[in-house]
Design a protein around this ligand. Structure first.
Ligand SMILES: Cc1cc2nc3c(=O)[nH]c(=O)nc-3n(C[C@H](O)[C@H](O)[C@H](O)COP(=O)(O)O)c2cc1C
Length: 259
């Protein structure tokens, strides 16, 4: 009976229907009204200290999107919500109230808090969009393609602000493929105390990945995870991009005060 209630629950049905659309969006634009409904509801996510310590920049220009994604958007029209952690507003408020010397305390702790807030908001946007029949892609391209240039193009402040995660919105003609690449919950869920995976469970996980990704098995790779270890878990950043990312984050003063 309870299982049936679960199956009929509209919110759970929406969650079941989530899938990432890897830029295969059609031309239909997402209306401004829908964008604002999505962002408004994404802001319902839990929010530490009630500070709303993030900003959302909506990018719709295909050319700008192509530049900031380093070509990943393939010049296609889509709506991209750039979620940036943002402490500039609270600092401006401090200044307006005469706290000229105010500096965010415990920067690393704040950084974790802001990451939590921004990811909660972004994922809530994904769910809100799906509830409106709009597909999405969560992407972290801002870490992989010249963050300095991205920040400049979007007019993001260099200090106390940093783009963390993007939610691309659009409509897709493709069949809703079920999400995959999730381990069964039994490997993830622990009651009371963490239980390390047994050797048998490790073998089960390797086989489960084989079942989910048979296309990665070949003469070269006996298991799907062999493909992962050799072809996917490789260095994503080239050295200059990594250095640029590090420098942007350092200059943002979000993690610590640079010397
Ligand atoms: C933090 C984060 C970053 C991601 N970045 C990208 C990305 O840059 N490009 C991309 O195509 N997918 C990205 N994804 C989406 C995953 O690839 C996707 O969730 C995974 O392939 C599983 O597909 P599904 O969501 O349809 O089940 C990202 C997801 C998360 C949570």
């Amino acid at each position: 009976m309870r299982r049936q209630n679960v199956m009929e629950n509209e919110t759970l049905k929406t969650l079941e229907s989530l899938r990432s659309v890897h830029w295969n969006f059609n031309e239909k634009p997402v209306s401004r009204e829908d964008i604002e409904t999505i962002v408004q509801h994404s802001m319902k996510a839990a929010n530490s200290d009630n500070l709303t310590d993030y900003s959302v920049i909506v990018v719709t220009d295909p050319e700008v999107l192509n530049t900031i994604t380093g070509g990943e958007s393939q010049g296609k029209a889509a709506t991209c919500l750039v979620y940036a952690i943002d402490q500039t507003r609270i600092l401006r408020c401090a200044k307006a109230l005469g706290y000229d010397q105010y500096q965010p305390l415990h920067r690393l702790y704040n950084f974790f808090i802001m990451l939590g807030d921004v990811f909660a908001a972004a994922q809530t946007a994904v769910v809100a969009a799906k509830a409106l029949g709009i597909d999405s892609l969560m992407t972290n391209f801002s870490h992989r393609h010249h963050p300095k240039e991205i920040m400049k193009l979007l007019n993001l402040p260099e200090e106390y602000c940093f783009p963390v995660i993007q939610v691309v919105l659009g409509y897709s003609d493709r069949d809703p493929k079920q999400t995959r690449g999730r381990l069964p919950m039994k490997h993830v869920l622990h009651y009371d105390q963490y239980q390390p995976a047994s050797e048998a469970e490790v073998q089960a996980m390797i086989e489960e990945m084989d079942q989910v990704y048979p296309e990665y098995i070949s003469d070269q790779y006996k298991h799907a995870l062999d493909w992962y270890f050799n072809e996917w878990f490789i260095e994503w950043y080239d050295e200059p991009t990594y250095r640029e990312l590090y420098e942007c984050l350092r200059n943002s003063k979000l993690v610590y005060e640079p010397d």
